[in-house]
Design a protein around this ligand. Structure first.
Ligand code: COA
Length: 328
């Protein structure tokens, strides 16, 4: 049975840097509040009009180049996003067309901050069964267009950023490398603790021209509490499945929602923060894009070497969460 291995990584963030202080144009907030509560110093925002598929396209080009692949080599595209270009169809088909492909299948994943882990698991299954050999996995988001810029929007609005990350995942016959296991979970009982409930198929409410039409809602404390507990459990599941100790893992890459969540998980396992790759200070929470953006930068900085034991974990709206254990 072939294994699945990440052979190319790429990222794209828009050039516009939005520092915490700039958010005071809309919100009663401060650099000090945002940084001490979340670890975020700045994030990237697109200049409108912009397209999530286009951000994904730039990241995909880098990942394909690194893997020495052309779009025609792809058997499947998996696109994880909570901010698709359209209500339907998903952004995967738009990216497929941008890549100049004719009929390559494209699958969208709606698992928010856990989207990349879910996508990795799907890619892993397709490759292990022998159905596909080369898969492009995207996490891409434009969130600056759904942020609620009214005063009530400040809790959510200061946390999120735009960006994209991509991974090329290929079949390999080398034993003991690549994606070794994934663990996925969800709990819809908490769907309303972090959501954008409108526009919705449940109502006939029409969005008036010029109105925002969306109201993101987040119960920050509840999300925080579950994120720490659930990512800890998912990491433990990955460790147990591999028979690894927490200490022998070379690098942990956790979804970047709040540096204090990562600190709490590190503390739980008795690990130093240096064992976790973080870049939330530069990009904020980029949802499905955060893990592949971290992986791209970690690889560029030499923090991911062949043979390294790596654990990825994410938690987000749904609630959804999960982990993946890899040998790089
Ligand atoms: N600027 C300034 N003050 C703000 C603010 C902002 N942007 N947002 C909220 N506040 C205020 C609140 O209104 C509250 O004021 P009050 O005490 O007068 O009522 C005060 O700051 C404290 O808010 P609180 O909710 O207690 O802060 P917190 O320490 O829980 O941190 C979050 C808030 C959102 C940073 C934190 O709960 C969090 O990160 N949660 C998880 C978020 C997450 O992971 N989301 C994505 C999941 S994928």
């Amino acid at each position: 049975m072939p294994a699945a291995r990440i052979t190319g990584l790429g990222m794209y963030v828009p050039p516009r840097v939005v520092k915490n202080d700039e958010l005071r144009r809309w919100f009663d907030t401060s650099d000090e509040w945002i940084y001490t509560r979340s670890g975020i110093q700045e994030r990237r925002w697109v200049e409108e009009p912009a397209s999530t598929a286009e951000l994904g396209y730039y990241a995909a080009q880098s990942a394909l180049a690194q893997a020495d692949k052309s779009p025609q080599d792809l058997d499947l595209i998996i696109f994880a996003t909570l901010s698709p270009d359209m209500y339907f169809p998903g952004s995967g088909v738009l990216l497929q067309h941008k890549l100049g492909l004719e009929t390559t299948p494209a699958l969208d994943i709606r698992q928010q901050c856990s989207g990349f882990i879910y996508g990795l698991s799907v890619a892993n299954q397709f490759i292990r069964t022998g159905m596909y050999r080369t898969i492009l996995l995207l996490g891409a988001e434009i969130q600056s267009t759904w942020i609620d810029y009214s005063p009530e929007g400040r809790t959510v609005g200061v946390l999120f950023g735009d960006g994209a990350g991509a991974a090329v995942i290929e079949a390999t016959d080398s034993p003991g490398v690549g994606i070794l296991s994934t663990h996925l979970y969800s709990q819809g009982a908490y769907a309303r603790e972090l959501c954008v409930a409108e526009p919705s198929s449940a109502t006939r409410q029409h969005i008036l021209p010029g109105s925002h039409g969306m109201r993101p809602y987040m119960n920050g404390k509840e999300v925080f509490r579950h994120a720490v507990q659930r990512m800890g459990e998912a990491i433990q599941a990955a460790l147990s499945a591999q028979g690894w100790t927490a200490q022998e893992v070379n690098l942990y890459v956790l979804h970047q929602a709040n540096i204090r969540i990562v600190q709490a998980v590190a503390e739980f396992f008795g690990l130093p923060m240096e064992r976790f790759y973080n870049n939330i200070h530069k990009y904020g929470n980029t949802t499905a894009a955060s893990i592949p953006i971290c992986l791209t930068e970690a690889a560029q900085e030499g923090r991911l070497q062949r043979g390294h034991k790596v654990i990825l974990a994410a938690f987000g709206s749904g609630f959804t969460w999960g982990s993946a254990a890899l040998v790089w």
